[in-house]
Ligand binder design. Structure first.
Ligand SMILES: Cc1ncc(COP(=O)(O)O)c(C=O)c1O
Length: 377
């Protein structure tokens, strides 16, 4: 197997889903977000883990992601949260996927497709409460709801919206919450009861209990990461992903010599460099060039020079005992040291979701505590 791998802990995902449950209480449903290959962890394995942990529903962004899960035998209800074309309507019906309806055109096409097959399709209505992304504008509901109600083959079991900045913009979130509560009231009055009412993703699950409504939609926190949530508000999550590799090559570097493309780094004193076979083609961000650290022999060692497509160089001068084949941790724990996904995201100037979701398909995923203990190449 390639001397680089992503180690995925499914037990961490089930633990984290339990943390979500403990935060929201038993009466609140959980829709586990497994889009983008479950933020890089592998959608199928994550879906099984979430189902075992009692998730009420799964959510993906794309119809294609939903179909892939169905083709691999996932029977749990799947919400497709992203925008889709009316021409994709029949795929929802054929694969029993639940659309997040954001326009009358979509609803009309879905209803026609379901009607043709003489079935009723469950749908969630997506309302834009201020983020200006997917969803029907809140101020269009009064006009559109009677037209949506007239479509024969759709059954609205849910209503959803998405928060733009729940951890930092309290007033804006208050306004979104207010508009969502009003949308729930309007929808209930015209379409009847909608059991799934959901607004909160990870940050709001932690910081805004007033936004939990009847259902929550965690993604990031299922994988052990959080954005913007202050330390004191952080629940005890377990990271589910580690990026590990081996030292492929050890070589001396002399003071003044250049490391990697662009000649951006010069070795300040004689040292030893480890060449580690992971690069930006694996999703390790190029923005981490000379910005990150790696764990070798239980110690933090600086990553030096530009991140290449297939390798990075680590200054291991401080670990004279290291040898070719030794483990290098780029994300995760080794001995007493840990590199968190939050640390990588901060150093790369991005968010934790992007770090995890971009881990490439070229990296083998090793499922550490799966019942079968298997590897996906
Ligand atoms: C509509 C929607 N709901 C839920 C989530 C999950 O968000 P998080 O990863 O912050 O929990 C996302 C993620 O982008 C989303 O787009």
């Amino acid at each position: 197997m390639r001397p680089a791998r992503l180690e995925i802990s499914l037990n961490a995902i089930t633990h984290n889903l339990g943390v979500v449950r403990s935060l929201v209480g038993d009466g609140v449903r959980v829709i586990a977000v497994v889009k983008a290959e479950a933020y890089g962890h592998g959608a199928l394995r994550a879906a099984h883990a979430c189902r075992r942990a009692g998730a009420d529903m799964l959510a993906v962004a794309l119809v294609e992601e939903g179909i892939a899960l169905r083709q691999q035998g996932i029977l749990t209800p799947i919400l497709v949260m992203g925008a889709f074309l009316p021409s994709q309507a029949q795929e929802f019906v054929a694969w029993r996927l639940t659309p997040a309806v954001m326009s009358l055109e979509q609803a009309t096409a879905l209803s026609a497709a379901a009607h043709r097959l003489r079935v009723e399709l469950s749908a969630h209505l997506k309302v834009d409460t201020g983020m200006s992304r997917g969803g029907l504008r809140h101020d269009s509901l009064r006009e559109l709801l009677p037209q949506l109600a007239a479509l024969p083959a759709l059954r609205y079991e849910g209503i959803m919206s998405h928060l733009a900045d729940p951890a930092n913009s309290a007033e804006f979130t208050d306004r979104q919450r207010e508009l969502f509560a009003d949308a729930v009231a309007q929808v209930t009055a015209v379409l009847g009861p909608v059991p799934y009412q959901h607004l909160a993703a990870s940050a709001a699950i932690c910081c805004r209990p007033d936004c939990h409504f009847t259902t929550v939609r965690p993604g990031n926190m299922l994988y052990g990461a959080l954005e913007d949530v202050p330390t004191e508000g952080r629940p005890p999550l377990r990271p589910a992903m580690a990026l590990k590799a081996c030292i492929a090559l050890l070589k001396p570097a002399l003071a003044g010599e250049v490391v990697s493309y662009g000649c951006t780094y010069r070795v300040p004193r004689d040292t030893t460099l480890a060449v580690v076979p992971v690069g930006y083609a694996d999703g390790y961000p190029r923005a981490l060039s000379s910005q990150a650290e790696a764990l070798v022999g239980g110690q933090r060692c600086p990553l030096v020079g530009r991140v290449c497509m297939d390798s990075v160089m680590v200054d291991v001068g401080g670990v004279p005992t290291c040898r070719v084949g030794d483990e290098v941790v780029l994300l995760g724990r080794q001995g007493e040291e840990t590199i968190t996904v939050e640390e990588l995201a901060r150093r790369a100037g991005t968010i934790t979701q992007e770090i995890m979701a971009r881990m490439g398909s070229r990296l083998p995923r090793v499922y550490m505590d799966d019942e079968q203990g298997t590897t996906d190449a």
